[in-house]
Design a protein around this ligand. Structure first.
Ligand code: GCU
Length: 410
């Protein structure tokens, strides 16, 4: 009994570096048949193997974009933010009957010469929470129902509640557009047996939930962001070849997976993404597979659950997720006090993705330990910082992302 309770969910998270188990990471530059990857062409083959493993064992496979995918600009205001920006709300319909859709909220700088680069990512609490702007249409939030009750929807979160996480004016002043989608428009963030998100639109006859290797909620979110890219390609204000997909925490996991499945995204930014994001799983530091699969049983595909307490048996680790961005620039951000997300493990995934960037003649990041707090490294195609403070995304984080984007997207 003692032995049993020592493992598993009841176990305290490990925050002691000396208790990190010894581990060997899967080599991103070694084909499954044992051949070494040297050239870009060989990497492209290896990339397929790695992508498939993440698809079938971790996030789950998502379907092709619906043939009925279509868009409508619902609202446009050219005098937003003291005339500095144009605000648009664009519906992306997943079905012909327009019952299922997500709303993209976007701000485009008015001072621009042609199409502009853009940051794009999910928000937690509704589009109306990213700014005090009274003209943003309130999202219908979708929160877990109380026992036996209905989903909690309207009026859950105040306008501007998450404004500190979205420095819209700063981005506009720096010449970037910014777009966001409420993740609940794609798939609500609770374990609903995959009944209320986009998954049911694709069930085969008789199917009631995704198969073991099919999309969980993170993959559904990534799929939604990828559908949004179909719209951006039609929007003349946006340089769709210069869109950075960004996310904090669970949305940071999603941002990395989005960049992996859709190479049209020019950059990915992971902020405090932790377990299932940038952190090396085999370190079992902070959040582990068992914890994440217990707290959030809907996030990953069913197959992923077989790796609870067995991180080392998964054929991939998260440095390979970062490597799937290559040769496109990727930025990983941590927060010093956010031990649950394992800052060092997040740094190390950048270090261990670096050999793949070197195949393209690019630099990544090197080292055994993360740099000092508030000392970003961004000379190569992989950027990293550990900010002082806690689990959050704030102005400091964004300022670094803008510096990095200035190097690569301007
Ligand atoms: C929880 C979860 C993390 C996740 C975080 C967030 O802490 O365990 O995996 O990143 O929520 O999304 O804020």
């Amino acid at each position: 009994l003692l032995a049993l309770s020592a493992v598993g969910y009841a176990q305290q998270p490990n925050y002691d570096e000396s208790k990190v188990p010894a581990y060997t990471l899967p080599n991103p530059l070694k084909m499954e048949n044992g051949k070494a990857v040297v050239t870009k062409e060989e990497w492209n083959e290896r990339r397929k193997e790695i992508l498939q493993l993440f698809e079938t064992q971790v996030y789950g496979k998502a379907p092709a974009h619906p043939k009925d995918l279509h868009f409508k600009v619902l609202k446009e205001d050219r005098y937003a933010i003291n005339n500095m920006a144009t605000r648009k709300e664009v519906a992306v319909y997943f079905s012909k009957d327009e019952k299922h859709y997500m709303t993209i909220l976007m701000y485009v700088p008015n001072k621009r010469n042609g199409a502009v680069p853009m940051f794009f990512g999910l928000n937690f609490k509704g589009n109306h929470t990213v700014s005090d702007d009274p003209n943003i249409t309130e999202s219908i939030t979708r929160m877990k129902p109380k026992e036996g009750g209905k989903e909690i929807q309207m009026g859950t979160f105040k306008r501007g509640a998450e404004a500190s996480r979205w420095p819209i004016e700063m981005l506009i002043a720096n010449g970037y557009a910014i777009a966001t989608v409420y993740r609940g428009d794609i798939d609500p963030d609770y374990d609903d047996g995959y009944q209320n998100g986009v998954q049911p639109l694709f069930y085969q006859k008789g199917q009631t939930k995704p198969a073991a290797d099919e999309w969980g909620t993170l993959a559904a979110w990534a799929w939604g962001l990828s559908c949004a890219m179909d719209y951006f390609e039609t929007d003349e204000d946006i340089d769709s070849k210069k869109v950075a997909v960004i996310g904090h925490s669970r949305h940071g996991k999603t941002a990395l997976w989005t960049g992996a499945i859709d190479q049209r995204f020019a950059m990915a930014i992971s902020n405090d993404s932790g377990c299932g994001g940038a952190a090396i799983s085999r370190r079992k530091f902070g959040e582990t597979f068992r914890k994440i699969n217990t707290l959030f049983p809907h996030w990953f595909c069913e197959n992923f659950k077989q790796y609870n307490d067995r991180e080392e048996h998964l054929a991939v680790d998260q440095h390979q997720l970062v490597a799937l961005m290559a040769p496109r620039p990727v930025y990983i951000a941590s927060a010093a006090e956010d031990l649950w997300a394992d800052p060092k493990g997040e740094f190390l995934s950048g270090v261990h993705a670096t050999p793949v960037y070197e195949v393209f003649g690019l630099d990544g990041i090197k080292g055994v330990d993360a740099p000092k707090v508030n000392e970003p490294i961004m000379n190569g195609a992989i950027g990293y910082h550990v900010r002082s403070g806690n689990h959050d995304i704030n102005l400091y984080d964004w300022q670094q992302f803008v510096k990095f984007a200035d190097k690569h997207l301007k």
